[in-house]
Write a protein that binds this ligand. Structure first.
Ligand code: ZN
Length: 154
């Protein structure tokens, strides 16, 4: 019994660490890009930073937000407002080539949560509206990108 719960605890810890490393790496790439822009402009104060997140990207927004803010400090960037925007998913059927967009708000909460954490499970819940196949690819909705950077005084 004791060993089992300890094992579960380790698993949880490892899962937590993986999430941290993943979000931190994404934040690093974003901040590197923003830092380049900031150097070009000669301005280090950003009044608004908009990040576009694919709804099928498995990500912990709180951890990502924390990482971006911490990395901004290290890079001498001041971000006054950080905004996350959802990017809809577009799926394409491999059988009949039909392309459709997925509105995650139509899914029930449990499914949405599962899809958010492991995007691959989307194949379990969704099928092509035209031919009913579950063999489809994700065309859009897994990415993460800087959508808008508004510098102070620009
Ligand atoms: Zn189809």
């Amino acid at each position: 019994m004791k060993l089992t719960s300890r094992f579960k605890f380790y698993l949880l810890m490892i899962k937590g660490l993986i999430i941290l490393v993943h979000e931190w790496a994404l934040a690093e790439a974003l901040i590197r890009y923003v830092k380049e822009l900031s150097k070009e402009r000669g301005v280090n104060r950003i009044s608004k930073l908009v990040i576009k997140l694919g709804i099928l990207q498995s990500i912990d927004r709180n951890v990502l937000e924390f990482s971006i803010i911490e990395l901004a400090k290290i890079n001498d960037l001041i971000i006054e407002s950080l905004v996350f925007e959802d990017e809809d998913a577009v799926l394409r059927c491999r059988v009949c080539n039909y392309e459709w967009s997925l509105d995650v708000s139509e899914l029930n909460e449990d499914v949405r949560e599962a899809v958010h954490f492991v995007p691959e499970v989307v194949h379990t819940f969704i099928k092509c509206p035209k031919c009913g196949s579950r063999d489809f690819e994700i065309v859009r909705g897994r990415g993460i990108a800087v959508k808008e950077v508004v510098f102070r005084g620009s």
